[in-house]
Write a protein that binds this ligand. Structure first.
Ligand SMILES: NC(=O)c1ccc[n+]([C@@H]2O[C@H](COP(=O)([O-])OP(=O)(O)OC[C@H]3O[C@@H](n4cnc5c(N)ncnc54)[C@H](OP(=O)(O)O)[C@@H]3O)[C@@H](O)[C@H]2O)c1
Length: 322
């Protein structure tokens, strides 16, 4: 099969578009014919070897942690899915090796959900990782309720765009950050208060939105104001979720959270198929909408990764494989 493979960690030069063996799959897994793969910052971080301390890696490896496609074959223990089913998933397996930038990829059956019937493969491929991340931060950890307030940084990105929509769906008020060119886009997504992080004092602007600080802060940029100084959040009793691996600040995060009487957590997204299945219903009811997608052919994965690494993607990037 054709795939984007790395034999060593490093910069853009280590990417190879080449023939690679179709991966084997286990009794509790399925093999998916990938139609489209979502591109995430995690992909170039894996390429660089930045997350090799967090998850075991096996080189050579195929990049990619998001996909939509059609089930090609199923393991002998699988009864819930069958060949021909259209699915999407965030297939993070215990070892980083068989990613989704390829014509075929394996996934555990409990990571899968049926693809939203109203969305294309291209749109669907970009949604599992970011939507699960936002849901697990806002709902599972943050317990965000109707009438409460959320501050989410980087609203124009993949996770931020889904967080804004989930919060509005729950009935919360949302304040977010973006450069000026993204403010109209964020209004369309439903944000109530948008801060130009290049030209405004974020602390003052959040206080103008919610005088005593918001109920939940969701940090998508790795801001020290959030995880060390605990700005923006209501004290006591507010919650702070961060997803940006400032790993060296986790002990400070926990210590400071206690001092400030808030609850804080580094959220690491889990690949939950049942939860993704519930989110599928929200997409089908149009309670959540897909994010705008810019697509590239598989062989141009390097261009997509370069764009992701530059840090200003609006919505999502995808690779078209079929
Ligand atoms: N822990 C986990 O499980 C987990 C899960 C998913 C993602 N992550 C991490 O979370 C981060 C966000 O992921 P993502 O997929 O949302 O990234 P993304 O889509 O690449 O984010 C791009 C967005 O970031 C915005 N941005 C850049 N610098 C900013 C700043 N200083 N302030 C506010 N916005 C800024 C840009 O908006 P402008 O163009 O307007 O600047 C752009 O729209 C990444 O580091 C990713 O690796 C972690």
């Amino acid at each position: 099969m054709k795939a984007i493979v790395i034999d060593e960690f490093g910069g853009p030069d280590v990417l190879n578009y080449r023939e690679h063996p179709v991966p084997e799959f286990g009794d509790d897994q399925v093999l998916i014919r990938v139609k489209a793969a979502g591109v995430n910052p995690a992909d170039w971080k894996i390429r660089e070897g930045y997350v090799a301390q967090l998850f075991p890696h096996q080189l050579p490896l195929v990049l990619g942690w998001d996909m939509a496609g059609v089930i090609d074959s199923v393991g002998k223990n699988i009864s819930s899915f069958k060949p021909g089913d259209e699915v999407y998933c965030f297939p993070r397996l215990p070892t980083v090796q068989h990613g989704t930038y390829a014509e075929f990829a394996p996934a555990d059956s409990d990571m899968l959900a049926t693809k939203p019937e109203n969305l294309s493969f291209e749109q669907s491929a970009t949604l599992p990782l970011v939507t699960l991340t936002a849901w697990q931060a806002l709902v599972d950890f943050g317990e965000l309720q109707a009438g409460q307030s959320l501050f989410v940084s980087a609203g124009a990105g993949g996770v931020g765009g889904m967080a804004i929509q989930i919060a509005k769906h729950l009935g919360a008020r949302v304040c977010t950050t973006a450069s000026a060119g993204n403010h109209d886009y964020l209004r369309e997504l439903g944000a109530d208060h948008i801060i130009d992080y290049n030209n405004e004092n974020i602390d003052e602007s959040v206080k103008a939105f919610q005088k005593d600080g918001v109920d939940l802060v969701f940090d998508c940029t790795g801001s020290e104001d959030v995880v060390i100084n605990f700005n923006y959040v209501r004290k006591p009793g507010g919650r702070v979720a961060t997803i940006n691996g400032l790993v060296h600040t986790i002990p400070e995060l926990e210590k400071n959270a206690e001092l400030h009487n808030v609850t804080a957590k580094l959220v690491v997204v889990e690949p939950r198929g049942a939860q993704l299945g519930k989110l599928t219903k929200l997409f089908e009811r149009e309670a959540l909408r897909p994010l705008p997608v810019e697509s590239y052919p598989l062989e141009d994965a390097g261009l997509a990764l370069q764009k992701s690494e530059e840090g200003h993607v609006r919505g999502k990037l995808a690779l078209i494989i079929d």
